[in-house]
Design a protein around this ligand. Sequence first.
Ligand SMILES: *Cc1c(COP(=O)(O)O)cnc(C)c1O
Length: 484
Amino acid sequence: MSSVGTSGLVLNEKLIFEHSDPGRKGYSLPALDVPEAQLPTALVREEVAGFPELSEVDVVRHFTRLSTWNYGVDSGFYPLGSCTMKYNPKVNEAAARLAGFAGAHPLAPEHLSQGALELMFSLQQELAEVSGFPAVTLQPAAGAHGELTGMLIIRAWHEAQGNPRRKVLIPDTAHGTNPATAALCGYEVVSIPSDGVLSAERVAELMDENVAGLMVTNPNTLGLFESQIKEICEVVHAKGGLVYCDGANLNALMGIARPGDMGIDVMHFNLHKTFSTPHGGGGPGAGPVGVTAALEPFLPVPVVVREAGQYRLDSQRPQSIGRMRAFHGNFGILVRAYAYIRTLGGAGLKHASQMAVLNANYIRARLEGTYHLPYKQRSLHEVVFSERNLPNDCHTLDVAKRLIDYGYHPPTVYFPLVVKGAIMIEPTETESQEVLDEFCEAMLAIAAEARDNPELLHQAPVRTRVGRMDETAAARNPRLKWEG
Ligand SMILES: *Cc1c(COP(=O)(O)O)cnc(C)c1O
């Protein structure tokens, strides 16, 4: 810490890891009161690694400072579409930290784990109620993992009928995890061109006895409700196939419509999208899966069941696809989702969906005249614009980078792939009208800058610690460790 400038800012720019002071330390250990042990020489380092030597104050300030350079849903509006970065009520955190939950050992016997098992059983029932599926597993650790679980169940069901079949139909608006999952399960992916929404006719053209099923997202990643979903399910079922629903967007439907009532056979939930619980940085999340009664025997083991007022883990299921995860899923996330559902209740969940849809439509109405809207059907919880109206060689990436200068995390960009230069905005139900208005003002100001001063967009961001990245170089030549 050599240069203490006149403003504290100079100091703040320095990374403490570059300022080691030999002999400085941040711990004080008690004197050794047991005999000193000799490590095998093969395990002893020849040289001590060059870690920085720092005091506790140095380290705390370093990490606290870094945390303020980050952007999170607790610090501002985070309109990433399809990801549902909503504010998570802190009461969920308090519940997850209760010692009986946070400290529970996953190998504790059933009679000492009745509270945890009851919570899991109740959450299964609540998710079943919201989705319209009679049975739910909580095991999968994320949405993609739920997809894998669901598609393995579909495969196991077909195998039990004597033929696993070869192909899976997936619309061109799908999240990349859908085709990846189908391929992992050994299926050939057949992409269905859709015009915003899927038509039952198109599905019928492609559906035959070699198709194991259809993977569909509803509402889809354009934020549009698949209005022919019932006919589509009938078409698939008529040829002996099953329908998988990617339920990542359930926050547009919960309390209003149930995928299980639409003819869907299997669906995953993203607890970290629909049912609050933190999300990002790679997790942990949770991707429970709901299934019809016919598919229940294939659920992963163990399944939480209730018998004579006691809860237990049932592993005696001969048709099960087996275990999908060690222990019982991301239990802390399950507690948070349970707390969220119990706090809101049925009416509150419905209200959350209504507000999510209202907020997305509010943004659509304010920006539609300025940004190009490729699909005119009614939006649900998210709205997708394109870069088509942007002048002066300004593109989606420029708008996203300029938004950072205005203090916002950018929306999802360049997805879904069917929209050239997609700008996908999902406000979620937790934002107020003032926040939405400020964001829309920023988007409109950026559109005006694109017209009058496009260089501002091309150079953005200019108000951040780090300027625009060379994304190609970052991908080809990543520097993944600190270099002093
Ligand atoms: C987020 C998402 C997924 C994947 O979920 P993860 O929890 O990130 O694995 C799949 N499909 C859609 C539509 C999504 O939005």
